[in-house]
Design a protein around this ligand. Structure first.
Ligand SMILES: Cc1ncc(COP(=O)(O)O)c(C=O)c1O
Length: 393
């Protein structure tokens, strides 16, 4: 396995900052908001109630119940609470799901660009990673692409929508067709829905938890509170899957993390039982992301050589920089290095997402940082251009 390239970029930024360099970090994969106060208070309440001991490996009953009810009210989903299992973040939810389905040699379908962890999960399970190109459909995975990729060895497809790094959202109808294509071939689907609550209208959030039972039995939803409630450090997420898959995941987890922290489960369960407060908290973050996106993405597109589609969800801008490559700047990694060394702006190279030629910019940071970063990048690129022109004279 390889270390996470996104975490590596963030560490480089931190290292430079410690040396006194004025760095603007646009690699951040976490909300720049604090966890809402009412959730912190619920966690304190949990501690005061003495929730400091083991819980069942699947999580507290109240946690499972709260998720089932929240999904029923918010999305019209209908599944028993016993099909929910708590996990230590979306990452562990994904690992639990993949490790209980994949055997060595099975094929794992991964649409490109992918979140950096997906191929590593396949490698960990000794599966064969099979990538699906989606650039020709504007980074929206289609059922046809999935059908064409399925072979007798295909066991699992991982989908992430809203997507990190592209910000694209697969429309509900296409999602259903994708799951149908998989189900017809006995292929399971793991839907990473960690950005489910961060979708910009007119795009619409879609959770596979609403699919009819005959399709849902092939699906595992991996959910997370990290982005929803800005609780990345609390480490809490969950899976929603059929009884058998859930039992296997709980068994696996009972021998690893056992369960996520007891009073954190309590805080999330209580928060989900206050859907209005929860949605208000989410919406105030969503509105702020939207405000930043509305300024940042057009501003990125004004830079000569940058091309960026409009994100429909999450908080990343994925910029095609291939026009700027050539000569001494061969790859997007070279450009990312140049931005880091000469402009002190840290961004994530697309190669880690299987998309060389692209850079990922996170706008989970202040408007001031976004303005500052773009000024620096514009100055740097303008300087490089005039020096290139000069050398031709
Ligand atoms: C696409 C995607 N899935 C899952 C996660 C995992 O989040 P966590 O483990 O914090 O819940 C992240 C975090 O950045 C992500 O971007």
């Amino acid at each position: 396995m390889h270390a996470s390239s996104t975490l590596k970029a963030a560490e480089t930024a931190k290292h430079l900052r410690e040396q006194g360099v004025d760095v603007i970090d646009l690699t951040v994969g976490e909300p720049d908001f604090d966890t809402p106060e009412f959730i912190k208070q619920f966690a304190i309440e949990g501690l005061e109630h003495g929730l400091t001991k083991y819980t069942p490996s699947a999580g507290m009953k109240s946690f499972q119940q709260a998720i089932a009810e929240f999904y029923a009210n918010r999305f019209g989903a209908s599944f028993p609470a016993s099909q929910v299992a708590a996990a230590c973040g979306g990452k562990q939810a994904l690992f639990n799901a993949a490790c209980t389905i994949l055997n060595p040699g099975d094929q794992l379908l991964i649409p490109k660009p992918y979140w950096v962890t997906f191929p590593e999960i396949g490698t960990f399970c000794r599966a064969e990673n099979v990538f699906i190109e989606t650039e020709q459909t504007d980074f929206i995975l289609t059922a046809d692409q999935v059908r064409n990729a399925i072979t007798a060895k295909t066991k699992l497809l991982i989908i992430n929508s809203p997507n990190n790094p592209t910000g694209r959202v697969i429309p509900a109808e296409e999602m259903r067709k994708i799951v149908e294509a998989c189900a017809e071939n006995g292929v399971y689907v793991l839907t990473d829905e960690c950005y489910l609550f961060f979708v910009y209208s007119p795009a619409e959030a879609f959770t596979s938890a609403v699919l009819p039972e005959e399709l849902r039995k092939f699906v595992c939803v991996a959910g997370s509170f990290s982005k929803m409630y800005a609780m990345t450090g609390w480490r809490i997420g969950y899976t929603i899957a059929n009884d058998r898959w859930t039992r296997a995941m709980v068994k696996l987890q009972s021998h690893s993390a056992t369960h996520p922290t007891s009073f954190v489960q309590y805080a999330c369960a209580k928060a989900m039982c206050e859907p209005e407060k929860s949605i208000d908290a989410v919406n105030s973050m969503l509105n702020e992301y939207q405000r930043r996106k509305n300024w940042f993405v057009p501003a990125l597109n004004e830079i000569e050589g940058f091309r960026c589609g409009v994100p429909e969800g999450a908080f990343y801008a994925f910029v095609d920089v291939r026009e700027l490559l050539g000569g001494e700047m061969k790859t997007s990694a070279d450009l990312a290095d140049c931005l880091l060394n000469d402009a002190h702006v840290v961004v994530t190279d697309g190669a880690g997402f299987g998309a060389d030629g692209y850079l990922r910019f996170s706008y989970a940071t202040s408007m001031e940082n976004l303005h500052g970063a773009l000024d620096r990048i514009k100055n740097l690129l303008a300087g490089r251009k005039s020096s290139t022109v000069g050398s031709h004279d």
